[in-house]
Design a protein around this ligand. Structure first.
Ligand SMILES: [Zn+2]
Ligand SMILES: [Zn+2]
Ligand SMILES: [Zn+2]
Ligand SMILES: [Zn+2]
Length: 448
């Protein structure tokens, strides 16, 4: 709790954000100039091009960028007006500010609330795996609900952590769930999204329709939202489906999980031994297909998240309950500090962005696909200004509503918790040391 209170724009690692945003700008520049081609080693990238050019950015470009920063910051903030209406739609609340009354809802806003995924595919393999699971024990029963390194849930998580097929950023996770003895509360569990952490509202600055707004602060790494939906074989979806998330890829995930079933990972044989032969066979059949989550008709508020060319959350695919991809979930975790009133957005995929959102993306980011004319002129200093302005815009309200309210109740001064933490950690260390020394003394005495 204390660490959550010590949030201020000064504590945000702007340099890290700038580095990542510049890397994304380079990636976007590459796609803009080499459509459809992946960057290859040895070919000139934007960083090198910048070095070759003079460092000076022309005056008129500076002005255009300044305007892009101002508009972009505005686009990322979703303020709520006192008089607003809630459209209750099949279990999902959609808020509309008074200044936007009269907005006509389009067909694609209709969706029914569904808190967990529903398996909608009826392939033989899928059905038999689900049936077999009734007899298999997929969840861990660690002593006192304390999961250790040998916990079978942790073994699969280790496998994903060390897997070779995925880039680090795209790796899969395995988490304990409510059905494990730890109730999904152990240290290696991925936490559920807070129920009241986000809401859906009509974006009042840009005409992008409904968007997801943060109602609380999220630190990087925290679970922000989940996108539930119908689990379907990917080949039953339209190729450019704007909503579906690919959750299992036979080529990459399949190979990895087959190796797991073969016991090729540390500890795997112990976990796999508990599965029956027929269950393993059915899983192997399942691994031949690609699967996606389709949130179009049934989902949660997460379905209303817009795409961003530099997003603040990323999709994390989390398995819970063994090696069955049909038990995987699409969870969104923060990749930068998110304050209340900020719009939550994820990246729909660079190919999708360049094909479908080329002229219409309203994410407001400097590296937005619609800002391709700026790519060559974007420098670290511009991104720095962007993030500073963004956090300065959202911080005062947060301070007013959250920090000031709890300030009086806290015994310690705010904003220097880092120092405090260090002190208490070293004090703890000393305590442990002295306790250990006492124990040794005691045992020494016992042997004397
Ligand atoms: Zn366990
Ligand atoms: Zn578990
Ligand atoms: Zn656990
Ligand atoms: Zn964009």
């Amino acid at each position: 709790m204390k660490s959550k209170v010590s949030i201020s724009p000064q504590n945000i690692n702007i340099e890290k954000l700038v580095r990542e945003a510049m890397a994304m700008t380079d990636k976007m520049w590459w796609h803009h100039n080499n459509p459809g081609n992946k960057p290859e080693n040895g070919k000139m990238n934007l960083t090198e091009l910048r070095k070759k050019q003079s460092e000076e950015v022309p005056e008129e470009m500076q002005e255009i960028i300044s305007k892009a920063i101002k508009d972009g910051v505005q686009a990322m903030i979703l303020r709520t007006e006192k008089n607003r209406k809630c459209v209750k739609m099949n279990g999902i609340n959609l808020f509309v500010n008074e200044s936007e009354f009269g907005y006509e809802m389009t067909d694609n806003a209709y969706c029914e609330y569904m808190p967990t995924n529903h398996i909608a595919c009826h392939s033989m393999a899928a059905t038999t795996v689900m049936e077999a699971e009734a007899e298999e024990d997929l969840f861990c029963h660690c002593k006192d609900g304390k999961c250790t390194a040998s916990c079978k849930c942790r073994v699969i998580e280790e496998m994903f952590k060390n897997q070779r097929a995925y880039r680090k950023a795209d790796r899969r996770y395995h988490s304990c769930s409510f059905e494990c003895d730890c109730k999904g509360q152990c240290r290696s569990s991925v936490k559920d999204a807070p129920e009241e952490g986000t809401e859906v509202m009509l974006h009042h600055i840009t005409e992008k329709g409904f968007a997801v707004r943060a109602k609380q602060y999220f630190a990087p790494g925290e679970t922000v939202a989940e996108m539930t939906g119908e689990l379907v074989p990917t080949n039953t979806l339209a190729r450019d489906d704007p909503y579906a998330i690919d959750i299992f890829n036979a080529e990459y995930d399949g190979k990895e999980l087959l190796d797991f079933l073969d016991g090729k990972f540390i500890g795997a044989h112990k976990t796999v031994k508990k599965y029956s032969k027929s269950y393993i066979r059915n899983l192997e059949n399942l691994y031949e297909n690609d699967f996606s989550i389709n949130p179009t008709d049934f989902s949660t508020a997460g379905r209303f998240m817009s795409s961003s060319c530099f997003p603040n959350v990323k999709t994390t695919i989390v398995y819970s309950g063994g090696a069955n991809p049909l038990r995987a979930r699409a969870i969104f975790t923060a990749v930068m500090p998110i304050f209340p009133n900020m719009e939550i957005s994820f990246n729909y995929g660079i190919d999708y962005i360049f094909q479908q959102l080329k002229d219409v993306c309203k994410c407001g980011m400097l590296c937005c696909v619609t800002n391709s004319h700026l790519y060559e002129y974007l420098r670290d200093e511009h991104w720095k200004r962007f993030f500073k302005e963004l956090y300065q815009a959202v911080y005062p309200e947060f301070k007013e509503n959250v920090i000031n309210e709890i300030k009086g109740k806290l015994p310690q001064p705010l904003f220097d918790s880092k120092k405090k933490k260090k002190n208490s950690a070293s004090r703890r260390k000393i305590n442990i040391l002295s306790r250990a020394r006492k124990a040794t003394l005691r045992s020494n005495r016992a042997t004397l």
